[in-house]
Design a protein around this ligand. Structure first.
Ligand SMILES: *Cc1c(COP(=O)(O)O)cnc(C)c1O
Length: 364
């Protein structure tokens, strides 16, 4: 059994995919070919944002967002303590101070009450709060009602790290549209993945969109050889854009399929382990199906013996990472506890009922 079966996905769209990829190879337009523009329009329409700017990966997308906002050393940016390293790394790599905020034990997402606490502590320590990055962990959109309210009151931009959230929604409004800037990743195992690295940013702000289009090509002005600022080399390959165009056509049915898998897991595991909680009106893109268990090592060993892969996302919180030990920030208790109990089970749109039943029976 595969944790996320990308081979089955390829088999399901092989003819279309092979044609799309070979077209790019034959065209010779490997960088910024027409598929890149087309895809950006399709993604902007899908998300419901005015602009989509593609880039090389989800980490660069976060860096580009912070650069477009003009943030740098002297600024402090709030990130969840429980996330993939890239969220905090993107911040620190620009000389910005990451401030780790605890998460909610049910949603796994940023806890706005702790955000308020960390904000006050940051100000008291003489650092300047400049933005908040919320993460849609495991596919569930963060608490954007409260986050947007908080950021509006404090007059700082909200960035949505939707690397795992693409496809999710709250009340019909799609992930990657909630912040001033939304970012995502097309790493193969993400909800919408390509066949290599890729990423994108979303915004309604014309100025930020122009800035991002400049920053992703060496801070270009009129053209690539007129450089008006320092940027990155961070474009999405035409080949990856073509792959994503094919996958986007199948994305809604895949989203339905992962929600069916999650519902079946919920039904079979109800009362046996702590299940992921998704309230009415919220749709998860199920980047991961993550349960909480007390004796995790034992359970993982039992699953492994049955031939079932499982993963721990994440075994170490940001405040406990060696790379951030110099910041001297206190660990966040909820994130800390989660790092000892979370376990992610196989989850992808092509799982059969028999496979879901086999995983569930191996757990109970
Ligand atoms: C994967 C991921 C990223 C980084 O995306 P890459 O494309 O791998 O650079 C950033 N944030 C989160 C939450 C992620 O899961």
């Amino acid at each position: 059994m595969q944790f996320r079966d990308l081979h089955r996905q390829y088999e399901a769209m092989k003819a279309e995919m092979d044609e799309a990829m070979l077209n790019v190879v034959a065209s010779g337009a490997y960088i910024m070919g027409p598929q890149v523009d087309e895809l950006e329009q399709q993604l902007a329409d899908y998300v419901g944002a005015k602009h989509c700017i593609s880039c090389a990966n989800g980490t660069d997308a976060l860096r580009l967002a912070l650069m477009a906002l003009g943030l740098g050393s002297g600024d402090a940016v709030f990130v969840p303590d429980f996330t993939f390293f890239a969220t905090a790394e993107a911040v620190a790599s620009l000389g910005i101070r990451p401030v780790f905020v605890d998460v909610d034990s049910d949603t796994y997402n940023m806890d706005v009450t702790d955000l308020d606490r960390k904000w006050q502590q940051t100000c008291a320590a003489g650092h300047a709060p400049a933005a908040v990055i919320a993460v849609d962990l495991f596919g569930r959109p963060a608490d954007y009602d409260r986050l947007a309210d908080f950021c509006n009151k404090k007059r700082v931009p909200l960035i949505e790290d939707g690397a795992q959230g693409f496809g999710g929604s709250i009340g019909g409004r799609r992930a990657c549209s909630f912040g001033h800037i939304g970012t995502t990743s097309f790493f193969p195992a993400k909800p919408l993945g390509c066949y290599g690295d890729g990423g994108a940013l979303f915004t309604d702000d014309d100025y930020i969109a122009d800035m991002l289009r400049s920053l992703r090509v060496h801070g270009k002005g009129r053209d690539k050889y007129d450089n008006v600022r320092l940027g990155l080399n961070s474009r999405l390959d035409t080949l990856q854009a073509a792959v994503l165009q094919v996958k986007l056509r199948h994305f809604d049915s895949e989203l339905q399929a992962v929600n069916r898998v999650a519902a079946k897991y919920n039904q079979l595991l109800q009362g046996k382990v702590q299940l992921p909680k998704i309230p009415d009106g919220v749709v998860s893109s199920w980047a991961q199906y993550t349960i909480q268990v007390e004796k995790r090592d034992e359970m993982q060993a039992r699953l492994k013996a049955a031939g079932i892969p499982s993963m721990v996302y994440y075994p170490r919180t940001m405040s406990r990472q060696t790379a951030f030990s110099h910041l001297g920030q206190h660990p966040c208790p909820v994130a800390d506890a989660l790092s000892h109990t979370v376990l992610s089970l196989p989850m992808h749109p092509y799982m059969t009922d028999e496979e879901i039943e086999f995983v569930a029976s191996s757990i109970c």
